[in-house]
Design a protein around this ligand. Sequence first.
Ligand SMILES: NC(=O)c1ccc[n+]([C@@H]2O[C@H](COP(=O)([O-])OP(=O)(O)OC[C@H]3O[C@@H](n4cnc5c(N)ncnc54)[C@H](OP(=O)(O)O)[C@@H]3O)[C@@H](O)[C@H]2O)c1
Length: 322
Amino acid sequence: MRAFGFKEINGDIVELDLPCPEPGEGEVLIRVSHAGVNFAEVQHRRGDFGAPEPTGDVPGLEAAGAVAAVGPGVRGFGIGDQVTAYLPAFGGYAEYVVAPAAFTYPVGDLDPVVAAGAPTVLTTAYGLLVGAGRLAAGDTVLIHAAAGGVGTAAVQLAKALGAGQVIGTVGSADKVAYAKEFGYDEVVVRDGFAEQVRELTGGRGVDLVLDSVGGSTRADSLGVLAVFGRLAAFGDAGNHPDLTLAVRPLWKSNQLVGGFNIGDLARRAPELVTRFARAALDLVAAKQVRIDVTEVLPLPDAGVALDGLAAGTSRGKLVLRA
Ligand SMILES: NC(=O)c1ccc[n+]([C@@H]2O[C@H](COP(=O)([O-])OP(=O)(O)OC[C@H]3O[C@@H](n4cnc5c(N)ncnc54)[C@H](OP(=O)(O)O)[C@@H]3O)[C@@H](O)[C@H]2O)c1
């Protein structure tokens, strides 16, 4: 089958000729129509997940298409069903991919282009808010990278789940108006955000920070936490060195620091991945949350999509057409 991937760290995305995968126990085979593009694939190509296989690694954490085969033990899916799936073992940039049936969801009335960009960001944003972030009604939330795939979904989910004021930060002023379309009460440029957040919250600070940027953004986020405020780290888009935090200042100032990782959740609590995704997809079906696909590129242009994401110039979701 035709797939697109890379054979060396930071290598070009090239066409690969690979055997079609076969669905194992509890898996479905999907004939891919569209694949979502995620920052994780930028990290995959830059070697954050190790060196690629000699035959090439195929990135892609999510894909939509038609069920082409089902493995032993799979119930509830038939050949031809239109589905979208979170792919914990990657592989979405291909003609066919296998997905755990537990992470495969019927597309329903959703446009397959939008459906392809939904499972990973929705599960992540919902898991961050409800799982890691323990969001309570009325909580004030700060979301970094507010105009991105996860950021645009997270603000809508936060509001749907009863959050109070939601503030976003973006890397450059040209993203402010776009991010605001998704329901942020305020969007500020990240440089110097801490002072602005303190002002916008009347000095109280925020109950929850979702941070995918790292470095000084993460360190400065600690300084804007309200009493019992939670900082949920879930990415390192800035590629900064990791932070070393002392514990004593955390308990001395009533702060909580934690994190979210969808891959770990898929391995250790797969039922939560399914629950978070289904709950968020229900909000999409109810039109309370929308996934904004800003660009659809042909699969051979996967490298162009990844370059845009790596440069931090993209907004919303990018999707590849197989
Ligand atoms: N832990 C998990 O399970 C999990 C799951 C999914 C995604 N994630 C993480 O969540 C984040 C969002 O993912 P996404 O796919 O929706 O991506 P995205 O937010 O659409 O794109 C990444 C954004 O990160 C910001 N950024 C900050 N510093 C950057 C830098 N040095 N280079 C490039 N971008 C930079 C940019 O926004 P600004 O212009 O606003 O700075 C950029 O648009 C990523 O960091 C990803 O790794 C984690």
